[in-house]
Design a protein around this ligand. Structure first.
Ligand code: IFM
Length: 731
């Protein structure tokens, strides 16, 4: 059971399910890696993991996924050589917590052993200051005599992979109190070096057995034993010889010591919060869950520069191997807006990641017989699509089910263009357009030109056979969201071409020649006025796709009651939702939230009222879009529960954990970003255009005020919004 306090979450769960949930809930990280909130002695069944950002591997024919590194902080306490664990009968009390202001995980566990209460207290952090470093303080204490204790410390390779194993060629070395391990990934042979260095407060007798160190001691109730373990991880993607670096890292850590390492780590967190914090007055719960959401974005955003390319943020962050550690539209549409306002350089980095993976998008378009750039639905380091054709396993037959996320969810390319446009509109940074951004946009426009069809009957261009954000209805025609996004791509391409041409005609000429794009410009100009975007009907409702209104109109409960198994997949060929109007997530509503200026308030109200009861919110991306749109129509109080739902998702752990038999658990960065979007864009009516802040206050009725910051070229702006006014000052 968890308790949420200011900047702190505490959980006393000890069973397997709690361990799984706390793995996500108490995650710590720094964008280079993240470590799940499992106890130090956790075996593979607890799914402990240290996920490395941007390092992927494929084992045999299984799904390609991020690498889970061996754990340099693995520590286990034994009495008379019997390990003490959470399943031990002698377990008395247990509590784990996370200080989410500073990303410090703690744990306190007591066992009744030989008439003594024996307690382990640990603290650990993954340094924000030195991204390769993991630090742990491990303290053992008793209230009376307790003899024959031992602590084992090693670099643990007994880890759980969803589709592994991923590492081989293990070479261990133990010298004094330093352990090192060099191994390599199976597919690309990327070397991974891990080390730890153990420092005792008072020296203990120890021996080295195979690859582990064993410390022996007795306790009399007045003494305690304190150890520090400094771990480090480097890979061949960081430097040529990670082993040299990893050894340097731990010996430097030992020299600097726990207190100064922790102080440097906290100082970096203070920097993150300087721009990134949001303060809500009048609602303690909202304050806590929102800050917790922001914390989750900070522990996964890659701030460090890697030698081989820019990094972005995977859909489940660095909380595990779900969704193959891949980057989805979640980053562009839900996460990037936060960084665009608070650390715009990171929003630019997400764009650079897409520019650098453009070759993968071109390969994917060609694979399907299209021109231009069709971005990966699930993108890893090369931009090739990690998404498989069979994304779900049927609960009844155990057979893989054909899904169409990879080949039909074509809005992904437009989502990236949308993010570039939003970035440029907000910052006026045209350099990114010249550094590949415009080339990407043109290639995406070209992809859609090769995808759309002209209907001579209806005298319009249409987009057929797609999957929109609502993934339950596959292979539909004229999905309103997708069509509006495609039109936006053409309009953006045209606008940026004209804009850059004014300043640098030679650049545009060169780019058009390089891409051989001149004919496509004419095509685009012809398409724009004749491209079909579904419009509101007589009742103001926009049909999600052709034929949607002909589907069975029933309630979510009716659809749910038809499930024969709770893990059954709702969508696709046999899905219970497929023949009904029940949708997985915001679709038309997302379109209205993104293109607000195109639609009137009554249209927005009508669509909110129509689609909300028909939305299962089976995706964590859904609630915040409803909240955003509701704020626009004066429904902030109506939006509030959707905001909370988005912000608390990784605290409550209430989300779908399975799609069919495929595990989809982990943290939800898109919902974390969606919570900030709702608080700042929704409740404050905030927008940023040409580095100018605009605000239209519409706070929930019980909020007194909210303060957030925006990093603009002239400094950090602090914006304070009350129910009936706002101000900004440079701080
Ligand atoms: O990108 C989302 C998608 O919209 C719904 N299914 C999960 C994906 C990853 O979060």
């Amino acid at each position: 059971m968890y308790t949420l306090r200011d900047w702190m979450i505490v959980d006393d769960g000890r069973d397997g399910q709690s361990a799984l949930e706390n793995g996500n809930r108490l995650l710590i990280g720094n964008g280079y890696m993240a470590k799940r909130g499992t106890v130090e002695e956790a075996d593979a069944s607890y799914m402990p993991a240290i996920i490395l950002s941007g390092v992927y591997d494929k084992y045999g024919d299984l799904w390609r996924e991020p690498v889970n590194a061996p754990d340099p902080l693995f520590t286990i306490l034994s009495v008379d050589c019997v390990p003490l664990t959470l399943t031990s009968e002698r377990l008395a009390t247990h509590e784990q917590s996370l200080d989410f202001r500073y990303g410090v995980y703690s744990r306190n566990t007591t066992w009744n052993v030989k008439d003594a209460n024996l307690t382990i207290s640990t603290e650990r952090f993954i340094s924000m200051d030195d991204v390769h470093l993991l630090c742990m303080k491990y303290t053992v204490s008793t209230d009376s005599d307790c003899l024959s204790l031992s602590i084992e410390i090693c670099i643990n390779t007994d880890i759980h992979d969803l589709n592994g194993p991923h590492l081989g060629n293990f070479q261990f070395e133990v010298k004094g109190q330093t352990h090192t391990l060099v191994c390599e990934t199976l597919e690309k042979k990327i070397p991974i070096a891990i080390a730890n260095e153990i420092v005792e407060r008072k020296s203990l007798s120890y021996l080295i057995e195979e690859n582990r160190s064993l410390y022996f001691f007795n306790m009399d109730g007045s003494n305690s034993v304190e150890l520090f373990v400094f771990g480090a991880i480097w890979t061949g993607l960081d430097v040529d010889d990670p082993l040299v670096n990893v050894k340097k890292s731990v010996s430097r850590a030992k020299e600097v010591g726990w207190d100064r390492l922790l102080a440097a780590h906290k100082a970096k967190w203070d920097e993150n919060w300087r721009a990134g914090d949001v303060v809500i007055k009048g609602d303690d719960y909202a304050q806590r869950v929102l800050r917790y959401s922001l914390y989750h974005m900070h522990i996964i955003v890659p701030r460090y520069k890697r030698i081989c390319g820019s990094l972005s943020i995977p859909a489940r962050g660095l909380s595990g191997q779900t969704y193959k550690g891949a980057v989805f539209w979640d980053t562009e549409m839900f996460i990037a807006p936060y960084f665009l306002v608070t650390e715009p350089e990171l929003a630019a980095q997400f764009i650079r990641y897409r520019i650098e993976t453009l070759p993968g998008a071109r390969r994917k378009a060609a694979e399907y017989g299209f021109r231009g750039a069709f971005f990966a639905w699930e993108s890893q380091e090369t931009g090739d699509d990690a998404c498989t054709d069979f994304g779900v396993t049927d609960v009844f037959t155990g057979r893989p089910v054909r899904t169409y996320f990879r080949d039909k969810q074509i809005h992904i390319s437009a989502d990236i263009v949308f993010a570039i446009k939003r970035y440029v509109d907000a910052t006026c940074d045209f350099v990114i357009l010249k550094e590949g951004g415009l080339e990407l946009i043109l290639e995406v426009a070209r992809f859609y030109l090769s995808h759309i069809y002209y209907s001579p009957d209806r005298k319009r261009y249409e987009s057929l056979d797609v999957v929109g954000p609502d993934e339950y209805h596959e292979r539909v025609n004229n999905n309103a969201f997708t069509n509006r996004m495609i039109l936006m791509v053409f309009e953006t391409a045209e606008a940026f071409l004209n804009l850059l041409k004014e300043g640098d005609e030679a650049f545009i000429e060169k780019l058009l020649a390089k891409l051989d794009f001149s004919e496509d410009i004419s095509l685009m100009r012809d398409v724009i006025p004749h491209f079909y975007v579904p419009q509101p009907n007589g009742q103001g409702i926009i049909e999600q796709f052709d034929g949607y209104f002909r589907l069975e109109d029933c309630s979510i409960d009716t659809v749910r009651s038809r499930l024969k198994d709770p893990k059954e997949y709702w969508g696709g060929g046999n899905g219970v939702a497929s023949t009904t109007r029940i949708i997985k997530q915001a679709d038309v509503v997302t379109m209205l939230a993104l293109f607000g200026v195109d639609y009137s308030i009554p249209i927005k109200e009508a669509n909110l009222a129509f689609y909300e009861p028909r939305t299962e919110h089976g995706s964590s991306l859904s609630a915040c879009m409803y909240a955003l749109l509701a704020c626009e129509v004066g429904g902030s109080d109506w939006a509030y529960p959707f905001f909370i739902r988005s912000a608390e998702i990784d605290i409550t752990g209430k989300s779908k954990h399975f799609a069919g038999l495929v595990y989809i658990g982990g943290t939800h960065p898109a919902a974390n970003g969606g919570a900030w979007l709702t608080a700042v864009h929704g409740f404050c009516g905030f927008s940023l255009k040409n580095n100018k802040i605009h605000v239209t206050p519409r706070l929930p009725s019980h909020w007194e005020k909210i303060t957030f910051r925006a990093a603009l070229p002239d400094g950090l702006h602090e914006v304070t919004v009350t129910r009936d006014g706002w101000n900004e000052e440079i701080i």
